[in-house]
Design a protein around this ligand. Structure first.
Ligand SMILES: [Zn+2]
Length: 627
């Protein structure tokens, strides 16, 4: 499972029944135990997509599918469906920025004094330094920072945004734009294009005073890397004081004075800095991981044989914890075994393959077994399957997902706790098709669980990808715990009989799903929440909802990244798209998730509110009706 946005540092360790880890006499328990111990053993190295161990895990699952009699479903006749995960670019060596000449700072520190921007390719440039105001050429506005300037082969220093960026009304710089920030001349990309058109060797951007505020934040490298075409020249972002030091040594004024002068009369103040030379080197590395889903199929028989039910579980985890660990610095570099997350679900998947593989002439729909990879990095395997389905999605009746089914815990059987305890099982997706609630209740009759049924079809695991493609989903989960995404999620802590019990339950669901009328997809407004998370009650946003799944967003300027929108929710209806960054709600700036919750707390369900999002660097204002 993918961690939610709130760090789990406050997570309490929950009591887990001491699991017997000696061999079981029951052959089913014993083979499931063995599967978990192999997948979550040292050989598989935590199954990170950047480890060799994950290959062993994939082979193990494929071998189990083969032995169970499943047919390979890969296009090349193997059990594998390959795909590539491109991790965001990172900086490599050499990466440096040096200034020499009058006033030049001795040494510039990466991350403190400057950062290459994500627009940068691997490139280097050296030459004289030219200050070119805001880097804008706007003939219609009779304004050109490059007028009379030769920047060919030189390093151009410019200010962010436009002159008078904070000014509203007729006195604005660009009155053709609805607001200063929406000016076509404000985006980085426009400034880069203009610098390149003027044959600049490199571009150095500094904050305008308004963007600088008191902290003068410089963006992190990766923030603009994903999905952007690299510029042909190095593009750096530097602190204002770096540039100011150069100005102070010459006859020119300070950056602040220059900026004020330009803003005052809208006349460019560009010039070359005498004797100053810059040397910029940027090395970027994009990491590509070859991943694969493991897919096996059991054909059905009879009139429903042309339709499919997908049963899935992700087999990848976070390897050595360099990405996605909640264990802090001490956990980095240690194997994160991922026994519950999700060797448990994978063991359930292999067990179901064995059981159904042993059935002769099974009537009903085709069963497609998928062990997904790339889940922990962002559901990549299931997203890939849904983009290139091996069996058509419109003839896929349902998708059942198992993620973290190894920590079955006994909880009070009723709200008052007077009827003793029962094993807890959380089932999501009961709202994604009419009849799913009844289906789960029917299955529950043969199992002694205290069920937590939730309607939500979205969530931090692979069923989410199918739900977004309008496939009804069910998701089984036994709850979070203190070892979640830490090196301590080890096989010894797995409740093997409990895991088998969940698998038995899933089998009952599948018997039903493969033989009854095709469930009809329906959108559900219910957001995902985790009833087993002790923080859940405090983590819920106050006030009405927009129906977005927030992601992490590290830009110092802040905002809340929209990682996904709930089908049929307020955000989707109002035109919010995946990848938008919410920066304002109802006129209030949104800097982070806390600010988002506060802003939403002040809204009323059913009353429209203006929400400003950043989309590809441009501000877009949308009207949303919170629910
Ligand atoms: Zn996980």
């Amino acid at each position: 499972m993918v961690p939610r946005l709130i760090p789990a540092c406050l997570l309490l360790a929950l009591a887990v029944p001491a699991a017997a880890q000696k061999p079981f006499d029951d052959p089913v328990l014993e083979r499931m135990r063995k599967d978990v111990f192999f997948l979550a053993g040292p050989e598989c190295e935590g199954r990170g997509i950047d480890t060799k161990g994950i290959e062993k895990a994939a082979d193990h699952v494929a071998a189990a599918f083969k032995e169970a009699g499943l047919k390979p479903a890969g296009k090349d006749g193997s059990y594998f469906q390959p795909f590539t995960v491109t991790a965001s670019a990172k900086l490599g060596q050499p990466t440096s920025f040096a200034l020499t000449g009058p006033g030049a700072p001795k040494e510039l520190k990466l991350g403190t004094d400057y950062n290459p921007m994500g627009f940068s390719p691997t490139a280097k440039a050296a030459g004289g330094v030219v200050f070119a105001g805001y880097g804008i050429t706007a003939p219609a506005l009779k304004y050109d920072d490059y007028d009379g300037l030769d920047v060919s082969g030189k390093v151009v220093v410019i200010l962010r945004k436009t002159p008078r960026a904070g000014v509203k009304g007729e006195k604005r710089f660009d009155t053709t734009a609805p607001s200063p920030d929406e000016s076509a001349f404000a985006p980085f990309q426009a400034k880069i294009d203009n610098a390149v058109a003027h044959k600049a060797a490199a571009l150095v951007v500094v904050n305008d005073s308004e963007s600088a505020g008191t902290r003068d934040p410089i963006p992190q490298f990766a923030n603009h890397a994903v999905g952007t075409t690299p510029a042909p020249i190095p593009v750096l972002f530097a602190k204002r004081e770096v540039v100011d030091a150069l100005f102070a040594a010459g006859p020119s004024k300070s950056l602040k004075e220059l900026e004020a002068a330009i803003d005052g009369d809208l006349k460019p103040r560009s010039f070359e800095l005498a004797g100053v030379k810059a040397d910029a080197r940027v090395t970027t590395e994009k990491t590509e991981y070859k991943c694969k889903n493991v897919v096996g199929v059991l054909e059905g028989n009879g009139p429903l044989a042309g339709e499919t039910v997908v049963i899935g579980a992700h087999y990848d985890h976070i390897g050595y914890g360099n990405f996605g660990s909640l264990g802090g610095a001490a956990a980095r570099g240690k194997v994160h075994y991922g026994a519950d997350d999700n060797a448990s679900g994978t063991a359930g998947l292999m067990e179901l393959a064995r059981r159904y593989g042993a059935v002769r002439d099974r009537q009903g729909r085709r069963l497609v077994f998928v062990a997904f990879s790339g889940e922990e990095r962002g559901l990549y395997g299931s997203i890939h399957y849904c983009k290139e389905p091996l069996f058509p999605l419109d003839a896929t009746a349902a998708m059942v997902n198992m993620d973290m089914i190894g920590r079955v815990t006994a909880v009070p059987a009723d709200w008052l706790g007077i009827w003793g305890k029962k094993d807890r099982l959380v089932v999501y997706g009961t709202g994604t098709a009419p009849g799913f609630n009844d289906l789960v209740d029917r299955a529950a009759k043969s199992a002694d669980f205290r069920l937590n049924k939730l309607a939500a079809g979205t969530g931090p695991s692979d069923h989410d990808s199918f739900y977004r493609k309008k496939v009804p989903v069910l998701f089984l989960y036994t709850g979070t715990h203190g070892e979640y995404h830490r090196p301590t999620d080890v096989p010894e802590k797995i409740n093997v009989p409990g895991m088998k019990k969940v698998t038995d339950f899933v089998q009952v669901l599948l018997d039903d799903l493969t033989t009854r009328d095709k469930p009809k997809y329906q959108a559900t407004r219910d957001p995902w929440s985790d009833p087993t998370d002790p923080r859940a009650s405090t983590a819920r946003p106050a006030g009405p909802r927009l129906g977005i799944r927030p992601g992490n967003y590290e830009d110092p300027d802040g905002g809340v990244l929209v990682e996904g929108v709930s089908p049929g929710g307020a955000a989707e209806k109002g035109g919010v798209k995946d990848g938008d960054v919410i920066v304002e709600i109802g006129g209030k700036p949104v800097k982070n998730i806390g600010g988002y919750m506060t802003a939403m707390g002040g809204q009323k369900a059913g009353t429209a509110v203006e929400v400003v999002v950043l989309r590809k660097g441009q501000k877009v204002t949308l009207k949303l009706i919170p629910e």
